[in-house]
Design a protein around this ligand. Structure first.
Ligand SMILES: Nc1ncnc2c1ncn2[C@@H]1O[C@H](COP(=O)(O)OP(=O)(O)OP(=O)(O)O)[C@@H](O)[C@H]1O
Ligand SMILES: [Mg+2]
Length: 390
């Protein structure tokens, strides 16, 4: 990768074993995980803006001060991440980065290449690599906005049902376009864009119902994996339910009826949506309820340790299900997770990772936490944007 956050350039060779990254605060451990997460569709594990990722030289300490002038990127220079990924169909090279159309003041665009060839949509990455992550920031997921929980479930769905990424991308794009037309309509008159609005809402209705249906379906399958798995003590099953108006329509009748209802609801909310910017109904307003399988308590009422265990449980179920259904396992990006589990849960986590055969990327400041992994993992020390195997 190059010009990526605090990294000028870095090349890292790993094998298929779990990757342990240790080093002091601010070294660049989470940045590495973020780089891996950007080889999948979406904004990565920090939900960052593309331009925010570009290395800002001179911002930190001696390294930046002593850096030679040529390491400072020219205006318009962009960041890039590339990876060689061993998939069930052989090795695939994936690259992504930021492109500026028309210089630094121009539009930011994410470019994606697969085996050197540009692909039309980053959503195509979903069928090559799947990755799921847990970060300290996700401790707030149960008290956070509904968007954080939807993103969590959607990421699980991407892994089992890769076309879901394209659906979500298309829906969000159409929703933005509808808002643009609705707001323009306020100037041109309400009838001016009627036909185009019908077309957009038609697309939102079919894609929106497909999104809600995929979330419901995957959550149901994940809940069934949990019930039969062997790790109930450390990681109780996380019962997930996607909830919202569209989900209620799907409960009540066939998908075609739900599409019809969504189409009608979008049409009816045009003037309100023009003001608020968005849409009053649709799968972008759904929530995800998670309950503790053993106690039956809603996750928001569980202890913080239990909440973490529920999230881990969900991604372990995902990895098992993906292995069974697709013959591949997702990459697990676990930022500062191990150190914050008690010893029993930490060992259970390591045991599960080994049993599933997933390449987990684990970070922490304290090396001793990872000792139980022994030779089953590969270890790197990260300090001041330099990564050294040990
Ligand atoms: N765009 C950027 N340009 C330059 N440096 C950046 C950029 N974005 C973030 N950084 C810096 O990268 C450094 C490493 O961040 P990172 O989050 O990877 O640290 P970490 O090793 O995970 O630390 P911690 O143990 O505290 O979580 C930080 O000092 C941060 O300020
Ligand atoms: Mg970090």
């Amino acid at each position: 990768m190059s010009e990526f956050r605090n990294y000028g350039s870095l090349r890292l060779e790993t094998d298929e074993r779990p990757v342990v990254l240790t080093g002091p605060n601010g070294a660049g451990k989470t940045n590495l995980l973020e780089a891996v997460s950007l080889l999948t569709p979406g904004k990565g594990l920090r939900s960052a803006k593309l331009s925010e990722i570009l290395r800002r030289p001179g911002e930190r300490g001696e390294r930046a001060v002593s850096a030679p002038a040529q390491s400072v990127p020219e205006a318009g220079t962009t960041w890039a991440v590339a990876g060689r990924i061993a998939t069930t169909d052989g090795v695939v090279e994936v690259g992504t980065g930021l492109a500026m159309d028309g210089g630094t003041k121009g539009r930011e665009r994410r470019v994606v290449r697969v085996d050197g060839t540009p692909v039309r949509s980053q959503m195509d990455l979903a069928s090559i690599l799947s990755a799921v992550w847990l970060t300290p920031r996700m401790d707030l997921i149960f008290s956070d906005s509904t968007a954080a929980r939807r993103r969590f479930l959607d990421r699980l769905v991407f892994s089992l049902d890769p076309p879901h990424a394209r659906r979500v991308g298309k829906y969000e794009h159409t929703l933005r376009e509808r808002t643009r037309v609705l707001r323009g309509g306020a100037v041109r008159g309400p009838k001016a864009d009627g036909h185009w609005l019908n077309v957009l809402e038609d697309s939102m209705a079919t894609t929106g119902v497909a999104i809600a249906a995929a979330r419901r379906e995957v959550a149901g399958r994940l809940n069934r994996v949990d019930a039969t798995s062997q790790r109930a003590r450390a990681f109780p099953s996380a019962e997930m339910t996607s909830t919202g108006v569209v989900e209620e329509w799907l409960d009540a009748g066939p998908a075609l009826d739900a599409e019809e209802k969504l189409r009608a609801a979008l049409r009816a909310s045009r003037s309100r949506d023009a003001e608020t910017g968005g849409a009053a109904v649709g799968p972008h307003r759904s929530d995800v309820k998670i309950t503790h399988g053993r106690s039956g308590l809603a996750a928001e009422h569980c202890s913080t340790g239990e909440q973490k265990a529920l999230l881990i449980s969900a991604i372990l179920s995902l990895a098992r299900l993906q292995a069974a259904e697709r013959g591949s396992v997702p990459i697990l990006l676990l930022d500062e997770i191990a150190a914050r589990l008690d010893e029993e849960r930490r060992c259970a986590l390591f045991g599960n990772i080994a049993a599933i055969g997933a390449q987990a990327w684990l970070t922490g400041t304290d090396e001793s936490v990872f000792a139980p992994l022994g030779a089953t993992a590969q270890y790197f020390h990260v300090e001041d944007a330099t990564v050294t195997p040990w």
